[in-house]
Write a protein that binds this ligand. Structure first.
Ligand code: ADP
Ligand code: MG
Length: 256
């Protein structure tokens, strides 16, 4: 269970808040338009929608890899654009489809990169690696000294998750994190990840084009149409039972 000190998370202050967020790239492409969305503490929120609809851009506005053209993105009430980007990214883990582990560093070195940069001593960092590898289901004694090329796709994603969690960020952004994992491994990883997320109480924004993944894992699902326009925000049961409009109905239908 998520450690909910706030007894009812539906009345809790949002941890992340989009207010009329808009992103128009220099090319003129409007990736996100008029986005209003609250992400509550400890929830796993899935963002779904067709390819090119603005999911990744939405996510990347949270950790400032993309700057909103107008509107705001707030983290714990603070406009992310007014926070130092490095400090911001320490509070926000980020996992993408191909996690981009450093190829010439071992698993242990990959996971401890940020803690070491923050000045953790070797012993503390080593203890943290053990804890994290256990958490993601990799035996530290076996995997700690391996290099990325000695891992399967699923194992690499596990290391990516461990690395993203290294300094205990309250927020995790995940962009198609299981997309490159074989179907069997993917299901296991999804279930294990959900357990980890609930244990730690991490707030997660999960981007996926897989409606089944969204529905089975998320507390709430956001369906976006082109230009990052919100078509529906609902818990999975409501989403499936009462699609808000023809777009949502078609999207959740075609994805299954
Ligand atoms: P999704 O993740 O849902 O597939 P994206 O957020 O990646 O969608 O992209 C949304 C739209 O913005 C697309 O039309 C895409 O081509 C455009 N886009 C994304 N990133 C950039 C960029 N860096 N420069 C210009 N256009 C971009
Ligand atoms: Mg994307």
């Amino acid at each position: 269970m998520a450690p909910t000190t706030d007894s009812d998370s539906s009345t809790a202050e949002p941890l992340i808040r989009f207010r009329a967020a808009r992103k128009e790239f220099a090319s003129g492409a409007v990736a996100v338009e008029g986005l209003d969305l609250d992400v509550l503490p400890h929830e796993l929120l899935a963002l779904v929608g067709p390819s090119g609809c603005g999911k990744s851009t939405t996510l990347r506005m949270v950790n400032r890899l993309v700057e909103p053209s107008s509107g705001q993105v707030l983290l714990e009430g603070e406009d992310v654009m007014s926070v130092d980007a490095v400090a911001l990214r320490r509070r926000i883990g980020y996992v993408i489809q191909h996690v981009g582990l450093f190829p010439h560093r071992t698993v242990t070195q990959n996971v401890t990169t940020v803690p070491r940069l923050l000045g953790w001593d070797k012993r503390r960092a080593a203890a943290r690696v053990e804890e994290l590898l256990d958490l993601v289901g990799l035996d530290p004694a076996t995997y700690g000294r391996r290099y990325p090329h000695e891992l399967s796709g699923g194992e690499r994603q596990r290391v990516g998750v461990a690395r993203a969690l290294a300094v205990d960020p309250p927020v995790l952004l995940m962009d198609e994190p299981f997309g490159a994992v074989d179907p069997e491994g993917r299901r296991r990883l999804q279930v294990e990840f959900r357990r980890i997320q609930q244990t730690l109480g991490t707030t997660v924004m999960l981007v996926t084009h897989d409606i089944d993944e969204a529905v089975s894992l998320a507390d709430r699902v956001v369906v976006l149409s082109r230009g990052g326009v919100v078509e529906q925000v609902a818990d999975p049961v409501t989403l499936l039972a009462r699609p808000a409009n023809a777009f949502v109905e078609q999207f959740i239908g075609t994805g299954r």
